[in-house]
Design a protein around this ligand. Structure first.
Ligand code: NAP
Length: 315
């Protein structure tokens, strides 16, 4: 199987943008369907990347997108459910349609983004939908479709919505009431996640496999928030909330029109997002340390690795 043309669903997002840049850098021809050009236009600087307006939930539109493509990467995912049923639509129904469209158009390679904690019996709707989607994609693996699934912990990097969100909140709040302070994460660098995808595309050893992706260190949420405050030079008091208060805080924040945290997120945080094994050797990566990468962009300077992609793309 020789892969040249790749269609990336969710290519306009945080992980997608880094991955599309890396695929471009490696000489792949990449198509990225989008639903809102304002969220995808930063990719127009990459000359061999084609942006296609499409409703990816329409099976015919998917088939049209996949015709002539060698591999599909599905990164579509949401953290908050605006409307009830949105998790199911994005994490279960879409992957099912993606598998069907791959089969109908003869696409033989599918890389799927799940998440640590994804589990059909998980505590939160997010976890259950991610787990269901992952299970159906894995069940589709066979001779006609080689599937690889990735389960990262929280992903950090320029434009992430995790450490950057805390940086913004901490700026305004001298006393920071933190829900779920003991939730554990093993943050993985977005460049390493993108590299794992690229290394997996053409590697038969990864076909039919599922990989957990984590960085080198486990942190509690409180340690991460205090790290961000230190990097930003902010003297802040982080006030850890009890479990009852964390639940209440998430319930109240979940009622706000702009969603930062919901009760479903609170339930997700009850499962530690940590790996039971080192970064998969097959990808040949030593995962970057949070302390080495995060200060570069939290302080307002882009990571040199990301800057390289962009500078090269502009040339
Ligand atoms: N970031 C993390 O820490 C993390 C950790 C574990 C797993 N993941 C998984 O990694 C994937 C990418 O995450 P990310 O951080 O890059 O998220 P992101 O920045 O929000 O990007 C999500 C992408 O999916 C698209 N999308 C979302 N809902 C859609 C829908 N209903 N229909 C069509 N397109 C839709 C978005 O399109 P628009 O640009 O139009 O919104 C965007 O391109 C997700 O599956 C996520 O669950 C992320």
């Amino acid at each position: 199987m020789k892969i040249n043309k790749v269609c990336v669903l969710g290519g306009s997002g945080f992980v997608g943008s880094h991955l599309v840049s890396k695929l471009y850098e490696r000489g792949y021809s990449v198509s990225v369907p989008y639903r809102n050009i304002n969220r995808a236009k930063h990719l127009t600087v990459l000359p061999t990347v084609s942006l296609v307006e499409a409703d990816i939930h329409d099976p015919d539109a998917l088939k049209k997108l996949f015709r002539g493509v060698d591999a599909v990467i599905n990164l579509v995912g949401i953290l908050h459910e605006g409307k009830r049923g949105a998790f199911q639509r994005a994490h279960v129904e879409l992957p099912r349609k993606v598998v069907e469209a791959c089969r109908a158009t003869g696409v033989k390679r599918l890389l799927h983004m799940s998440a640590l904690g994804g589990d059909p019996d998980g505590l939160s709707r997010y976890q259950r939908s991610k787990g269901e989607g992952e299970a159906l994609v894995r069940a589709a693996h066979g001779e006609d479709l080689a599937v690889t699934v990735f389960r990262p912990s929280v992903i950090f990097g320029p434009e992430d919505r995790f450490l950057n969100l805390f940086a913004r909140l901490l700026f305004w709040m001298p006393i920071f009431p933190l829900g779920s302070p003991n939730a554990k994460f093993q943050p993985v660098y977005v460049g390493d996640v993108a590299q794992a995808y690229v290394a997996s595309l053409n590697n038969p050893a990864t076909f039919g496999q599922r990989y957990e992706l984590c960085g080198p260190t486990v942190y509690t949420l409180q340690e991460l928030v205090e790290f961000v405050a230190r990097v930003k030079g902010l003297k802040r008091t982080v006030m850890p909330l009890s479990d009852e208060m964390s639940s209440l805080q998430a319930m109240v924040l979940g009622l706000m029109p702009v969603k930062m945290l919901t009760h479903d997120n609170y339930l997700t945080l009850k499962t530690d997002a940590v790996c039971g094994c080192p970064f998969p050797e097959v990808f040949g990566i030593r995962p970057a340390a949070l302390e080495a990468e995060a200060p570069l962009y939290l302080a307002g300077i882009q990571s040199p690795r990301f800057k390289e992609f962009i500078d090269e793309a502009k040339r």
